[in-house]
Design a protein around this ligand. Structure first.
Ligand code: ADP
Ligand code: ZN
Length: 207
């Protein structure tokens, strides 16, 4: 099963992709995660772009994605999160692979901004929290699980989020016109409710 998950910042698409990846035993491929884990000389250049809320150039993004999709674990399928992010990327993706289903998650800007600015990540064990919504840490600065320091992504500032949401509407939403197999899910529900709705609607077999 080759799935695409599309939604604005804060819609919970990364969370849903992670859950589905475990349930379906197919890899969760997030271009944002790949960019954040880069090392070496490329890292500085990419970080600069990302931290301002801008898109990484298409050529570099596609090259990185292509390398990832060629790995053995993608043979059975994958969940793509964060790609394609514009029409050019969608057209390039069509040349590489077919997509079975697109999951679109919707969310209003106000909720999106609140969720994103409340997002925290444990520096040590990488668990995600949110100081306004669930999963809420007991102490807003410390990880419940390991005691590590909770940090904010550099692109989760209000300015960068507004820029990212603007780009989402202008460049990413038009991508949906390229697909006719779209399942639309309301992002203003709990994580569990969203997962259930996705699973039920896709009639996915899970254990
Ligand atoms: P979010 O969906 O909340 O913006 P991501 O982790 O998906 O978070 O992406 C973080 C950043 O990585 C984006 O703002 C962008 O700069 C870069 N990025 C991710 N995917 C792409 C892509 N397909 N094309 C260009 N840039 C990308
Ligand atoms: Zn932790």
């Amino acid at each position: 099963m080759k799935l695409l998950i599309i939604g604005p910042q804060g819609s919970g698409k990364g969370t849903q992709a992670e859950i589905l990846s475990e349930k379906l035993r197919i890899p969760h491929i997030s271009t944002g995660d790949i960019f954040r884990s880069l090392q070496g000389p490329l890292k500085k250049k990419v970080d600069e772009i990302i931290n301002k809320g801008n898109l990484v150039p298409d050529e570099l993004t596609l090259e990185i994605l292509k390398n990832r999709l060629e790995k053995e674990d993608c043979k059975k399928g994958f969940i793509l999160d964060g790609f394609p992010r514009n029409l050019n990327q969608a057209r390039l993706l069509k040349k590489i692979t077919k997509i079975d289903k697109v999951i679109e998650i919707t969310l209003d800007d106000k909720t999106a901004i609140k969720r994103i600015t409340g997002r925290r990540l444990c520096k040590k064990c990488k668990i995600n929290y949110n100081i306004f919504t669930e999963p809420k840490p007991k102490n807003p600065e410390i990880c419940d699980e390991c005691g590590g320091k909770l940090v904010r992504r550099k692109d989760d500032t209000e300015n960068a989020v507004k820029k990212r949401l603007e780009i989402y509407k202008k460049e990413t939403l038009p991508v949906l016109k390229e697909y006719d197999n779209i399942l639309t899910i309301n992002g203003n529900q709990s994580i569990k409710e969203m997962t259930e709705e996705i699973i039920n609607n896709l009639e996915l077999k899970t254990d």
